[in-house]
Design a protein around this ligand. Structure first.
Ligand SMILES: Nc1nc2c(c(=O)[nH]1)N[C@H]1C(S)=C(S)[C@@H](COP(=O)(O)OP(=O)(O)OC[C@H]3O[C@@H](n4cnc5c(N)ncnc54)[C@H](O)[C@@H]3O)O[C@H]1N2
Ligand code: MOO
Length: 355
């Protein structure tokens, strides 16, 4: 498209100095008359020894205050674009896409260089409809890039960005993308993109390990879990300690249940040693175990289940020292209110190698 514009410069184009690109016209106008019109190409400024670079970008809409600057760089005439019927400027295309996609807890700013980013207004979980993303990207001329579904995003972080590839996009293509998004909204009763808030839960934390219980070594697991929950906006309401004894561990789990905590976390004793009693104790307590073992590393020895509807985690030793484990994948899902089923955990192996 730009090549066509450059190539037409010498020839002068059609009779009135205009060249057609699709339904869009490339026209030469006096700089004073260009206000509100769209620059057809980049304009470069050179101030020897100080600056050489783009003063105005291709696609920029000329404003009143631009006129003196344009005159300063010697522009008495400009090539401008007059959008034809059925054509959209890249900025308008990107903005329409953002509007079509955005749901709860998302915001977007002015388009910039044909790009609009959807940014989270909260710390929460990205909810992204992959079929919508794939469907829009299959159209061509429009690029939609997102983070992975279920990823934790912080306030102000972008979860997606839309961009028009050419300067001029057929309106029909954007309309088709809008239709894909609208169909999804109607079918699912939700926007294709949103950020889901995480609930503030109060957890009971049981730290197992006879070496910790007896005071031989200092507890390092508790502080790590306290920090992690706080980071996601929840709290450890009470911490208790138990030796490597199934009955004792199961007893403490029931104590937490009776206290009415929203979540029960048990640390240590999760692997294969004879003293690793935690999985057995969690089962003895009556927990419906969704999965013992997760296809993720670190954190493959994690256990997850529900005891009378209360989420129960068995946390392996790595959660104490590795900054990102299977716990960081599952905990935000639980905090967002998801009921985790076995298929969820099965699907976490793909992309689950976190180290
Ligand atoms: N042969 C195998 N060995 C290991 C396996 C396996 O599948 N086969 N799994 C490995 C994985 S994965 C993990 S993770 C670790 C640890 O799992 P555990 O949850 O059983 O951890 P523990 O044995 O209870 O403790 C490991 C280590 O950490 C110390 N510890 C435990 N709790 C605390 C605490 N609250 N404060 C401070 N330190 C603590 C404990 O004393 C041990 O030294 O197993 C792998 N091995
Ligand atoms: O798989 Mo263990 O539970 O990584 O550290």
């Amino acid at each position: 498209m730009t090549d066509g514009a450059e190539g037409s410069r010498g020839s002068g184009g059609s009779g009135d100095g205009a060249v057609r690109i699709g339904n869009t016209l490339l026209r030469e106008v006096k700089t004073e008359d260009a206000v509100g019109l769209t620059l057809a190409h980049d304009l470069t400024q050179i101030v020897p020894g100080q600056f050489k670079g783009r003063l105005f970008r291709k696609g920029h809409r000329v404003a009143e205050e631009d006129i003196p600057k344009l005159k300063d760089i010697g522009k008495e005439h400009l090539y401008v674009l007059e959008l034809g019927d059925g054509d959209l400027h890249e900025d308008d295309a990107a903005l329409r896409l953002a509007v079509a996609l955005a749901g709860d807890n998302l915001t977007y700013g002015e388009p910039h260089e044909g790009k609009v980013a959807l940014k989270s207004t909260i710390t929460g979980l990205a909810a992204i409809a992959r079929p919508v993303v794939d469907g829009i990207n299959a159209l061509g001329d429009i690029a939609l890039a997102t983070v992975l579904n279920h990823r934790v995003v912080r306030e102000g972080e972008a979860i997606a960005a839309t961009r028009a590839i050419p300067l001029i996009v057929p309106e029909a293509k954007v309309a088709e993308a809008e239709r894909i998004a609208a169909d999804y909204r109607e079918r699912e009763g939700a926007a294709p993109m949103a950020v889901r808030p995480m609930r503030r839960l109060r957890a009971g934390l049981l730290t197992t390990g006879s070496e910790v219980f007896s005071g031989r070594i200092e507890d390092k697991f508790g502080p790590a879990v306290v920090r992690k929950l706080a980071d996601y906006g929840s709290e450890v309401a009470e911490q208790r300690f138990a030796p490597d004894d199934r009955e004792t561990i199961a007893w403490h789990i029931h104590y937490f249940l009776e206290r009415g905590y929203d979540m029960i976390l048990v640390t240590g004793g999760m692997s294969v040693d004879p003293d690793d009693r935690t999985p057995g104790a969690i089962a003895d307590a009556g927990t419906d175990i969704v999965s013992y073992g997760t296809p993720m590393l670190p954190g493959s020895m994690l256990l997850f289940g529900y005891l009378r509807g209360v989420p129960v985690f068995g946390l392996p030793g790595c959660v104490m020292h590795d900054p990102y484990t299977s716990f960081d994948v599952l905990l935000p899902r639980v905090l967002a209110g998801d009921t985790i089923v076995r298929e969820d955990i099965v699907s976490m192996g793909y992309g689950g190698l976190h180290r």
